[in-house]
Design a binder for this molecule. Structure first.
Ligand code: CJB
Length: 800
């Protein structure tokens, strides 16, 4: 977009006048932000309309990414970057004497997701736009996003995230595209004119689904895609009691704050049907504006099921094709399977959604009928070849429950995991039986991230340094980072890399001081673990590493100085996770207030981790902790973001860590711990004894004792609970088993730190190898292998 600084300033002043009837300098930073955001919205409006018109005109195949979570992050800076006007606008803001970081910080960060899954969905929308693929998001406009986290006396306290209190500039309400979603009531089939049967609905609860569209601006390509989020409202003209109205509004009121366990919650089931039905209906309505023949749907539409939450897309699409489209079962089924595809994000048993038949039938009676028929036909078709036992194990309905992951696999033509190891484990464990039946459907799509946000926007210091070494091509095609490795022996460059990191550490240190009152030395190693708090992610192992170092320091040992930075929210009902939060904060108090630790060891647990805080922490990290028990973390994506910013990964061979190792090289990171087969074998043997390890390792013994012996003040209950999990319940996630090798790997990094050039070389290897994890390539692979949608913009060489 050809914008001059002068023109921008004039536009900005005009927008301020238009919106607030005042001049820029009289506006609050929030008003200035709003004026700027509206202006930017105006800058891309034409492209947005044109992109939609072009898709329709060319009847390009469109992807619809259905996800119950999206975490887009703040959009102003990334929109400016994608429009190619960020430098110009910032120069203008500077001339106007506006504090740029403060202006960006005015924007709210929509927390419409819990963690990795939601962020991935948003990265994919960003990348589809960048690749020039016709990609749409379909989700929920929660009135309250994920809770805001505070710490009170070290405990997590959850506050509501009233993110719509200030108008959200980027959304556009599209009332003309609203659809009705029907819940409950009863349904029966009656003969219709064409000789078939048609369903008659009685006493249904109807809800109006109103879409809010948000632009997904492509990178330097004039393409603007759409994320469509649905809001539940009473149907105008229907007489609703107050209670009914509030029941309707409740559907899109809150995001469930548990990223893996919402089974059995009726409102959650309503949410799932709500956005799935609204999405499918609006897709079919749009399709029918251009096509008569529903058989051709898979040529023009790909619908992706992001985890099982939208898995009833299988049933809803069948319903529309059968009941509204008048197709036969066989025809409808073929179209459905060809149109749908499914990504699994976890092997954790509690995250594999199941719904009680009774609840499902009550809320969605017609879908339940269809589910029964799917189940019936599945059993009938495959039992002769695979035997009743196998079929019973993987049928969509069994033992009184609908099993959504199985339904998703049966109703999709493609099923993928999110890292190589995860995709293999799906085939050998949770989806083994369905893999036996449908081997050709299974494939891997390793996750990706968007370096535009995580490097270009979040880390300008590093970005400019990279430009100076290899020019700017990497900004559009991150695989072009590979030649950076030529600077491996360029001391000047390595020192500059160190300087850039240090500048980011200064900024993070200021935030740590500001929020926690802790002064940290930027000469220290910044050791970062940022992710949801889960037992399997083993923040506890990290804490044990800190306690090991604490004891060493108390013992007079000299270690390189470290600052441990945590960011993690716990599901409000997840007791163990909250105890670990309390523990981390208590250890922080212990260490940060001990004069012996001054300048040597510090712990900073920053509250309210999310996309925006991640943008501050990640550029400043020296070490990236990716320490889940092998075989539990599907992929991870903070591992990729941290690597791209030059952090060295301290990791188990789990998820995408394995692919990071293959890309960056084993000497550029520190691997440790039991491997997935070793974990499986140890568990299967029944020989694991956490207590025996505890008894045999004096340091570990001491560390575990510290949980309850009063060394760490204020954690009587929590310390006991955690200790019991280890010694009484025998340490489900093998923290004690991996402790020794974790500490050794960590010491290896300490040793490397003593040689700043060697450290910088390892950081450089990570940066140079990080381009392959760009989500631009990931979605291009989805397009090629699953959706049959090709990028319109060349995506470079990151493909497999
Ligand atoms: N994941 O964030 C979630 N929520 C879930 O319910 C299940 C999985 C995460 O998805 C990420 C994106 O695929 C993965 O990188 C991560 O390993 C997984 O835990």
């Amino acid at each position: 977009m050809g914008l001059t600084k002068k023109r921008f300033i004039a536009d900005f002043q005009a927008e301020a006048l238009h919106l607030f009837a005042d001049s820029l300098e009289n506006l609050s930073p929030m008003q200035q932000y709003q004026a700027l955001a509206f202006l930017v919205k105006g800058y891309y409006a034409k492209d947005w309309a044109q992109t939609k018109a072009d898709y329709d005109h060319h009847q390009q195949k469109q992807v619809y990414y259905f996800s119950i979570e999206f975490l887009p992050g703040r959009l102003l800076a990334s929109n400016l970057l994608n429009l190619g006007i960020k430098d110009t606008v910032e120069a203008g803001l500077k001339q106007l004497d506006i504090d740029i970081p403060d202006l960006y910080a005015q924007e709210g960060d929509p927390g419409l997701g819990n963690g990795g899954l939601g962020r991935l969905a948003s990265a994919f929308l960003d990348s589809m736009a960048a690749d020039g693929m016709a990609g749409n998001g379909n989700g929920i406009r929660y009135q309250y996003g994920l809770f805001k986290q505070r710490f009170v006396d070290g405990y997590q306290v959850e506050l509501p995230d009233d993110w719509l209190r200030d108008p959200y500039v980027w959304e556009t309400r599209k009332e003309n595209r609203a659809v009705i979603v029907r819940f409950g009531g009863s349904v029966y089939l009656t003969p219709c004119d064409n000789g078939g049967l048609e369903p008659v609905y009685q006493d249904t609860d109807d809800v109006l689904a109103v879409p809010y569209d948000i632009a997904m601006v492509g990178h330097h390509n004039h393409m603007v895609n759409t994320m469509r989020l649905w809001s539940a409202e009473p149907v105008p003209g229907h007489a609703h009691s107050l209670a009914e109205k509030s029941r309707i509004n409740a559907i899109t009121q809150i995001l469930y704050p548990d990223d893996s366990d919402t089974a059995g919650q009726e409102l959650r089931l309503r949410q799932e049907y709500f956005f799935t039905s609204a999405g499918i209906q609006s897709i079919i309505t749009h399709y029918r504006r251009f096509h008569q023949d529903l058989h051709l749907l898979p040529n023009f539409v790909a619908i992706h099921i992001n985890d099982t939450h939208p898995a009833m897309a299988v049933l809803e699409l069948m319903r529309v094709l059968l009941d509204d489209g008048g197709l036969s079962w066989e025809e409808a089924w073929q179209i459905t399977v060809q149109t749908l595809s499914y990504t699994n994000h976890t092997l954790m048993a509690e995250a594999l959604e199941t719904w009680p038949e009774e609840m499902f039938a009550r809320l969605m009676p017609r879908l339940y009928q269809i589910a029964q028929e799917v189940d019936h036909r599945f059993r009938q078709t495959y039992t002769p070849r695979f035997g009743g036992e196998l079929i019973q194990r993987c049928a969509p309905i069994a033992d009184g429950y609908l099993r959504m992951a199985y339904l998703a696999v049966i109703g999709s033509h493609a099923v993928n995991g999110v890292a190589k190891i995860h995709s293999e484990l799906l085939k050998s464990s949770v989806l083994k039986d369905l893999y036996t039946i449908f081997p050709e459907r299974f494939n891997n799509k390793t996750n990706g991230i968007t370096p535009r946000r995580w490097v270009q926007v979040a880390n300008p210091e590093l970005s400019e340094l990279i430009d100076s070494a290899i020019d700017t091509g990497w900004r559009s095609d991150p695989s072009l980072l590979v030649p950076l490795a030529a600077h491996l022996h360029d001391e000047k460059f390595l020192k500059a890399l160190h300087t850039a990191k240090k500048a980011n550490k200064e900024k993070l240190a200021a935030i740590i001081f500001d929020q926690l009152g802790i002064e940290v030395s930027t000469n220290a190693i910044f050791d970062v673990q940022i992710k949801r708090l889960h037992a399997y992610k083993r923040q506890l192992l990290h804490v044990f590493g800190i306690l090991e170092a604490y004891l060493a320091i108390k013992n007079g040992e000299n270690r390189p100085s470290r600052v441990h930075v945590f960011g993690a929210k716990a599901a409000p009902s997840y007791r163990y996770a909250k105890s670990v939060i309390r523990l981390i904060n208590a250890v922080a108090d212990l260490v940060n207030n001990d004069p012996d630790c001054k300048g040597k060891l510090a712990v900073a647990f920053l509250p309210n981790y999310g996309v925006s805080l991640g943008e501050r922490i990640i550029p400043a990290a020296d070490i990236s902790e990716q320490i889940s028990m092998a075989g539990t973390e599907a992929s991870g994506t903070s591992n990729m973001k941290l690597m791209a910013n030059g952090a060295l990964t301290l990791a188990t061979l789990d998820g995408a860590n394995i692919e990071i190792k293959d890309a960056a090289g084993e000497d550029a990171m520190a691997m440790f711990g039991l491997t997935t087969p070793e974990v499986a074998q140890l568990k299967a043997s029944g020989q694991y004894s956490a207590r025996a390890i505890y008894e045999a390792d004096p340091t570990l013994h001491r560390v575990v004792d510290m949980l309850t012996d009063g060394t760490i003040p204020g954690i009587t209950t929590e310390g006991r609970e955690i200790q019991d999990e280890l010694l009484v319940y025998n340490d489900t996630y093998l923290v004690l088993a991996d402790f020794r090798s974790y500490v050794e790997a960590s010491h290896k990094l300490d040793a490397l730190w003593q040689d700043p050039i060697a450290w910088a070389q390892a950081a450089l290897k990570n940066i140079a190898a990080s381009g392959q994890f760009s989500a631009d390539y990931t979605v291009a692979r989805y397009g090629r292998d699953i959706w049959d949608v090709l990028p319109a913009t060349p995506v470079g060489h990151g493909g497999e």
